[in-house]
Write a protein that binds this ligand. Structure first.
Ligand code: ATP
Ligand code: MG
Length: 314
């Protein structure tokens, strides 16, 4: 395996070059080199060419994901695991958090409002409870509630609803998306944690009520018991999920930290949103992480975990 580290990126422009520079600077003496990954037209057994690939965009470029899954089997360490990332969903994560003893808002997953044309409403949906007991659902999560997609990000299709009528109206517009309905946490404090390598956690005060560029409140540092609790729960979640890069958000109400969103395997690393000091922290931790993988000093959390690993020799 080569000593090359590849980076896959989307539109972001502030993280890629400084990250490559940081890795190259630290790895140069050992002959480790970082660059933008180039993928396209490989055959199934072709040497991937990268010891490590940091994947920030395969959720939106399915071809990358196809290539990365094969690269994993051929020995490349992909951050984050393309198999698990594809399977992961917010509703599953809420159940997982409960099992791990991490507080989450009460959550219900809803059947889709609409389906692809090939679905025959009489035959294909025979197993679906209909009509749904909306009264019971609303009693469980309470009002107001948050209706949001089971997968996805960027605050797309996130609705706060205040009554059953509003809920049905919002739900009727969700098309083929699978949605979850969640207790709205009327928080008095909010923390977003950047998590690298399943151990390094940087809690930052975050105010989602403010405009996008003002959300990270870096002057208002997170200290004491709140800091420790956020770090502990973020570690618990990222260790179980196996994400080497993620953000974990907590809404704090009456001293309880509710994990709101921890399905962010390509977290916002832009220096203008997380600010310079946090950005340097990210560059440092991310470069150390990939260098450890490139040197073979660390094993990715998912290696050997899928059933097919048992049948192949590396
Ligand atoms: N249960 C909840 N209680 C209170 N606020 C919530 C809840 N769920 C979501 N929100 C608010 O809506 C925002 C967006 O929700 P969420 O993070 O789940 O969506 P997302 O599209 O994954 O966002 P991002 O792109 O920031 O990761 C949260 O940052 C939070 O402010
Ligand atoms: Mg998210």
């Amino acid at each position: 395996m080569s000593e090359r580290i590849g980076l896959l990126v989307g539109r972001e422009n502030t993280f890629p070059q400084p990250f490559l520079d940081a890795v190259n600077e630290k790895g140069r003496a050992e002959g480790i080199q970082a660059e933008m990954a180039v993928l396209g037209g490989a055959a199934e057994m072709e040497e991937p060419g990268y010891a490590v690939i940091v994947d920030r965009i395969s959720h939106e470029v399915p071809f990358y994901r196809a290539a990365l899954k094969s690269a994993v089997l051929l020995g490349t360490v992909v951050v984050n695991d393309p198999f698990w990332w594809e399977a992961d969903e917010k509703f599953f994560e809420c159940t997982l958090a409960r099992k791990l003893g991490v507080a989450v808002p009460k959550t219900i997953v809803l059947p889709n409002k609409e389906y692809i044309p090939d679905i025959d409403h009489r035959l294909s949906l025979r197993n679906l409870r209909y009509p749904l007991d909306w009264e019971r659902i609303v009693r469980y999560v309470g009002m107001p509630a948050v209706l949001k997609p089971n997968t996805g990000g960027g605050w797309k299709d996130v609705y706060i609803v205040h009554s059953l009528d509003e809920l049905i109206r919002a739900y009727d517009g969700t098309g083929q998306k699978t949605m979850i309905l969640q207790e709205f946490i009327d928080w008095d404090d909010y923390v977003r944690c950047i998590c690298i390598g399943r151990t390094h956690v940087l809690p930052i005060r975050y105010d989602p009520r403010r405009p996008f560029h003002e959300r990270y409140r870096i002057q208002e540092t997170v200290e004491g018991e709140l800091r420790e609790h956020a770090i502990r729960d973020a570690q618990t979640l990222t260790q179980a999920l196996g994400y080497d890069m993620d953000t974990v958000e907590f809404a704090v109400r009456d001293g309880i930290l509710y994990a709101i969103d921890f399905l962010n395997p390509a977290p916002d690393f832009d220096n203008f949103s997380i600010k310079e000091d946090n950005f340097s922290w990210v560059l440092d931790r991310m470069s150390d992480l990939v260098l450890k993988y490139a040197r073979g000093e660390a094993k990715p959390p998912w290696r050997g975990e899928h059933r097919w690993w048992r049948y192949v020799t590396e």
